[in-house]
Ligand binder design. Structure first.
Ligand SMILES: [Zn+2]
Length: 307
């Protein structure tokens, strides 16, 4: 399940696949949305919804058509059958059809085991352009993992979905990522709990999950995601899969990731530091003074010679 956390800056999506797993039975048992009719069918999408949702349904289908064939090989999914999507033009209807509380801020949701995407098409909190690729990634992870879906830690689900959706960690939430750069990050072992929570630790955990997956890809190549998912599926154990694919223990991964983040943020953070402008001014002043003294001495020597 995938929800933006509370009132958020920049309409960023935070979503919870584990919550979707917990709610899976409930969602699977839901009666179909009363007014849902087939609206648009394309190569990779089968969109239904309220008859008044035809316009938004076409946009959603186009987004699925772009995302599905791109994300499937990234996660190692072979199943490219059209993804069922239900779009809603009424936020209340979206929430009641998906069993979400009315005060919920969730605007997109991938329900399992039905593997149906539900999208609030009103644009409330986030545009469908922001929501759909991320949800498609969750569906493709589901198709790649099958019954081993639950073997992946929550942070891996979210990090991969965010990476696959194309929102690089550095663009997701600069403020939170900067906190990670300052060393405020949580231990990897605490991420899943934080992702299920609320407020700031959740946003931090979310940015961190995306950052770790970006790091894995930059260190081991884009094939690493599909390899990790396949290994987790076969071994039934995520740390063992990480060891097999990357050669790293979870501690090694965490240490290597922290080094990369520190390296990446050392300069930006230094440039923001209030000490730096003063230091620069001092250097410029000293350089200017030395130059002035050198010139004066040279002039004096010249005068000596002229004399
Ligand atoms: Zn998500």
């Amino acid at each position: 399940m995938f929800r933006p956390t509370g009132p958020r800056p920049a309409g960023r999506q935070v979503r919870w696949p584990a919550a979707a797993l917990v709610a899976a039975g409930l969602l699977g048992a839901l009666p179909p949305h009363a007014a849902a009719v087939p609206l648009v069918t394309t190569q990779y999408a089968r969109v239904s919804g309220d008859p008044g949702a035809a316009g938004i349904a076409s946009r959603v289908a186009a987004l699925v058509d772009e995302a599905a064939p791109r994300i499937a090989p990234l996660v190692g999914a072979n199943d490219l059958r059209p993804i069922p999507v239900v779009v809603y033009v009424d936020s209340r209807q979206f929430r009641s059809a998906t069993g979400l509380p009315q005060r919920s801020t969730v605007v997109g949701l991938a329900a399992f085991p039905t593997a149906v995407i539900h999208v609030d098409g009103t644009g409330r909190l986030a545009s469908v352009e922001k929501v759909v690729p991320h949800e498609v990634a969750h569906i493709m992870i589901w198709r790649a993992m099958g019954p081993a879906f639950g073997e992946l830690p929550l942070w891996m689900h979210e990090g991969v979905a965010e990476y696959a959706a194309g929102e690089r960690a550095s663009q997701v939430d600069p403020v939170t990522l900067e906190a990670v750069g300052r060393g405020e990050s949580l231990p990897i072992a605490d991420l899943d709990l934080a992702l299920r929570g609320s407020d700031r630790p959740q946003a931090l955990a979310y940015a961190e999950a995306a950052s770790i997956v970006n790091f894995l890809v930059s260190a081991k190549g884009p094939g690493v995601i599909a390899e990790l998912l396949a290994a987790a599926r076969e071994q039934g154990d995520f740390p063992a899969a990480v060891k097999q694919v990357t050669g790293w223990s979870m501690q090694d991964l965490e240490a290597a990731w922290r080094v990369s983040v520190a390296r990446r943020w050392r300069w930006p953070l230094l440039l923001q530091s209030p000490v730096l402008p003063f230091g620069l001014m001092l250097v410029i002043f000293i350089a200017g003074y030395l130059r002035y003294r050198r010139r004066r001495r040279r002039r004096e020597q010249q005068q000596d010679q002229d004399w």
